[in-house]
Design a binder for this molecule. Structure first.
Ligand SMILES: Nc1nc2c(c(=O)[nH]1)N[C@H]1C(S)=C(S)[C@@H](COP(=O)(O)O)O[C@H]1N2
Ligand SMILES: [Mo]
Length: 332
């Protein structure tokens, strides 16, 4: 019997991150067509390399922020949107994340200690009648918190099903009265090099992480601003203290740790679309018929069981969202 021993520099397959290939400076420069004499090779995710020698510490994985609004969890579950799949194990979901500000490996939870989810403000700006700055706890208290079970599908072809706590984005939009000239919503993550090592090391990337939606998408009943998961507040690696969830789109649209929401007349320039426009389009609806340039989208892997299942168009949420895209010529 041949026993294949893993070399310490071999990253386990589950840790590898297909999405991040263009985060290396060389690739970015090539892709962006920028000429540079000093296109050195970047030590891709060296922190992740050493992770494999460490023992996971389960208490640390789920360490939760204690906040003035912790008592609001768990919120009442909304029985609509039954996901038709079992919930993913909480620890599996908490140890398998994408959050490139901290790491390009899935063990993000080991690198988020310095993120401070309090005090936290969310600025509402741009084409609205009532621009304002919310303190996060004031925002959470003023919104109808509920729990929703949603399927979640990353463009890397892994999937999970999780209980989010939060409120529909359209409830917030109603409060700030957008002008009729507002056609898009741009959402922005924090930019803090003291918290997020990758914002410092990979300084050439188009930080802060930005995502965007059309107004019709942002006001769709599914579009959710999550402040909690599994009946408590979001652990840092899931995007504390507030993140977007658009379950019919690939996961990269679901931007974490939001500090700014701006209403605009032009399509926002987003992080991934700026980096690799032909791989991460603005719309990014889940669609098994449109392969990613580097891998198929026909099936997806459930992260806690490793089961492979067929991908469903709009991640199965077509009844709610297909109407948004009627008659539009697009790949996704
Ligand atoms: N700010 C920020 N938001 C982000 C990301 C990121 O790197 N930075 N990654 C996205 C991607 S690619 C995915 S798949 C989801 C993962 O969410 P989860 O880790 O809570 O499962 O977060 C999205 N939101
Ligand atoms: Mo993703």
């Amino acid at each position: 019997m041949v026993i294949k021993k893993k070399k310490p520099w071999q990253i386990p397959e589950r840790e590898a991150t297909p999405e991040d290939i263009y985060l290396s400076r060389r690739q970015f420069i090539k892709k962006a067509g920028i000429y540079s004499l000093s296109a050195g090779v970047f030590m891709s995710g060296a922190n992740g390399l050493f992770d494999i020698f460490k023992k996971p510490d389960e208490e640390r994985i789920l360490r939760l922020p204690k906040t003035p609004t912790s008592a609001l969890y768990p919120a009442k579950r909304n029985p609509a949107y039954a996901p038709g799949r079992p919930l993913t194990d909480e620890l599996v979901a908490a140890k398998y994340n994408n959050f490139y500000e901290f790491s390009s490996f899935k063990s993000v939870w080991k690198h988020v200690d310095r993120l401070e989810p309090r005090p936290w403000q969310v600025e509402i700006a741009g084409l609205v009648e009532k621009p304002r700055i919310y303190d996060i706890d004031e925002l959470v208290r003023s919104m109808p918190l509920e729990e929703r079970l949603y399927r979640f599908r990353c463009v890397e072809a892994w999937a999970m099903t999780v209980p989010w706590t939060g409120f529909p984005m359209k409830e917030l939009i109603k409060k700030v009265s957008p002008l009729s000239s507002a056609k898009y919503v741009s959402l922005q993550t924090f930019y803090n090099k003291d918290w997020a090592g990758q914002q410092k090391i990979r300084f050439w990337l188009p930080w802060p992480y930005v995502e965007g939606l059309t107004m019709e998408e942002a006001t769709n009943e599914l579009t959710f601003l999550a402040t909690g998961i599994y009946g408590h507040e979001l652990p840092k690696q899931h995007g504390a203290p507030i993140r977007l969830v658009t379950p019919w789109k690939y996961g990269f649209k679901s931007i974490k740790s939001i500090v700014r929401i701006e209403f605009t007349s032009v399509q926002p320039k987003t992080f991934w679309n700026t980096l690799v426009p032909d791989e991460y389009d603005f719309r990014a609806n889940v669609n098994p018929e449109v392969p990613h340039p580097r891998w198929s989208q026909e099936t997806e892997r459930i992260i806690d069981t490793d089961e492979r299942v067929p991908t469903v168009k709009y991640n199965g949420y077509g009844d709610y969202v297909a109407g948004l895209y009627k008659g539009l010529a697009t790949s996704t």
